[in-house]
Design a protein around this ligand. Structure first.
Ligand code: AMP
Length: 126
C-alpha cells in the first residue's frame, strides 16, 4: 500500500507560500517555523519540503540529502533556541505525532520542539 499524501494540507500551503508563517530557519530541504498555538515558551515545528505524511514515510522514501538536512536542521533549531544540551541548559521535548492513534492533525511530517519550561511526563496517564 502506498503512502497517501494530501497536497491541500496546511503545511503544504505554507510551503507553497499560500499561507504566512513565522520562519525560524529555512534550508534546501526543510522549513522551521513557530507553532501558531504554542504550548510552551518555545514551540517550533520542523518540516521537510518534500511531500511526506509521516516519519516512517520519510524514512522509507526520502533521499539521503533530505534525511541529513532534516536531522541537522532539527539540531540547528535547538541551538538557535539555546536549548541544546551542549549549551548546558534544561533541554526540550521533540515530538512527532503520527496518524490517528498519535493524534496527528496536519498530515505532513513535522517534528515539534517544545522548550522553555518544565514539560512534565510525556504521557501522564501511563
Ligand atoms: P499535530 O497535532 O502534531 O499534527 O500538530 C499540528 C500543529 O500545527 C499544532 O500544534 C498547530 O498549532 C500547528 N499549526 C496549525 N496551523 C498552523 C499554522 N498555520 N502555522 C503554524 N502552526 C500551525
Amino acid at each position: 500500500m502506498a503512502y497517501d499524501y494530501d497536497p491541500e494540507n496546511i503545511f503544504a500551503k505554507i510551503l507553497r507560500g499560500e499561507i504566512p508563517n513565522d520562519t525560524v530557519l529555512e534550508t534546501d530541504h526543510c522549513l522551521a517555523f513557530r507553532d501558531i498555538a504554542p504550548q510552551a515558551p518555545d514551540h517550533v515545528l520542523i518540516i521537510p519540503k518534500g511531500a511526506y505524511v509521516s516519519f516512517d514515510h520519510f524514512a522509507a522514501e526520502a533521499g539521503d540529502a533530505e534525511i541529513v538536512d532534516y536531522t541537522r536542521t532539527i539540531g540547528k533549531v535547538c541551538k538557535m533556541l539555546g536549548v541544546d544540551l551542549d549549551a548546558g541548559v534544561d533541554g526540550y521535548r521533540m515530538i512527532a505525532n503520527t496518524g490517528k492513534n498519535g493524534v496527528q492533525d496536519v498530515p505532513h511530517l513535522h517534528v515539534h520542539i517544545l522548550a522553555g519550561k518544565f514539560l512534565g511526563r510525556m504521557l501522564p496517564n501511563i
